[in-house]
Design a protein around this ligand. Structure first.
Ligand SMILES: [Zn+2]
Length: 350
């Protein structure tokens, strides 16, 4: 059989299929089937080109059949998966698919807002590390080996060991950066009397039982200030100014003592409820106060480890949980929304 003959049969079959009510009947056509029988008998040197022609015909007929079944299913056109609108609906109108661009995650937006406020007060900004060593996570912050307070900062560790044969850690707080910042800036402090003022945003990790208030991964902004004759009043006034600016509201503040190994004295810092003006509401658990962060005067041992003489210099530090701030600012009830990848949640922050 030559290619002329195939072409003739092909034309014949295409005319036949046009008239068929059920297009797939063409596959049962005697002449179509005979072509496959013919393939078995033709000389080997012609098999390749004959087979190719036959394949083209087969595909052409299959296309016709699939178009028919698509139309029967109620659609007027074949599916175009690259179309930027939904072609598959039968209403006749074309509905544009959602082409909105992505948005910046609320944690990133708020970190920018928070660090901008501190920048305007003269603080410099650096980011914390997401893997650190035992020295920066614990020892440099006055948690010696075996210290019970290590348990409060239970986090994840790596199998790989550092040069002191201790595992690396996923930092449980951004305070891991304190000793670095202090040692790197101590010369400027001592020689040129240049205050050390830094805020350090970063992602931190805890081995937590997850619920509406607790996540294994969250964000902190650490603040450090070291100079001479720094007082608790300086600490409280910086935080009060920051909070008023962040919530865009005049607030009252309250502290109560707490224990952290790396600050002495240490405080829990609360603000007057931004929702109810202290009348009592569910956000403040009807107390009129909302706990915002932990803070305190940097422990002399932490200054010593960084090479700063605590008899001449002192300072304060604080660590705020970014997601807690965002939750309070927007009245978000569950911390798990942030990493849920739920678009309906994230799109509210555009
Ligand atoms: Zn309230």
């Amino acid at each position: 059989m030559n290619s002329e003959k195939i072409k003739a049969i092909k034309e014949l079959l295409l005319k036949k299929v046009e008239k068929l009510q059920n297009k797939s009947d063409i596959l049962k056509d005697v002449e179509y089937k005979s072509l496959f029988d013919e393939l078995k008998t033709i000389p080997n040197d012609q098999k390749a080109s004959f087979g190719k022609e036959l394949n083209l015909l087969k595909n052409e007929l299959k296309d016709i059949i699939s178009k028919e079944s698509y139309q029967k299913s109620g659609n007027s056109k074949p599916l175009d998966v690259s179309a930027p609108f939904d072609e598959n609906q039968n209403s006749g109108s074309i509905k544009l698919l959602d082409q909105r661009l992505g948005s910046i995650h609320p944690a990133s937006t708020e970190i920018k807002i928070i660090t901008d406020i501190f920048s305007s007060m003269g603080f410099k900004v650096i980011e914390s590390l997401e893997i650190d060593d035992d020295f920066h996570m614990f020892e440099s912050l006055n948690f010696p080996e075996g210290h019970p307070a290590r348990d409060d900062f239970d986090t994840f560790i790596t199998v790989q060991k550092d040069k002191t044969n201790k595992p690396y850690v996923a930092p449980a707080h951004t305070s891991t950066m304190q000793t670095r910042v202090l040692s790197e800036n101590k010369d400027e402090l001592i020689k040129n009397n240049q205050d050390i003022a830094y805020v350090i945003p970063g992602r931190v990790f805890r081995n937590e039982d997850i619920d509406a208030r607790h996540e294994h991964t969250f964000y902190q902004v650490e603040g450090i200030y070291v100079s001479q004759n720094v007082t608790v009043a300086n600490l409280l006034s910086v935080l009060k100014d920051f909070m008023s600016s962040y919530f865009n509201k005049e607030i009252k503040i309250k502290t109560q003592p707490v224990y952290f190994p790396f600050t002495e004295p240490s405080f829990e810092f609360a603000v007057s409820c931004i929702y109810c003006n202290q009348d009592g509401c569910p956000i403040c658990s009807y107390t009129g106060w909302i706990e915002m962060l932990g803070c305190g005067m940097i422990h002399p041992n932490v200054l010593k480890i960084a090479g700063i003489d605590p008899s001449k210099y002192n300072g304060f530090a604080f660590g705020l949980g970014v997601l807690r701030f965002v939750m309070i600012k927007y009245g978000i009830e569950d911390i798990r929304h942030f990493h849920s990848a739920k678009l309906e949640f994230l799109r509210q922050f555009k």
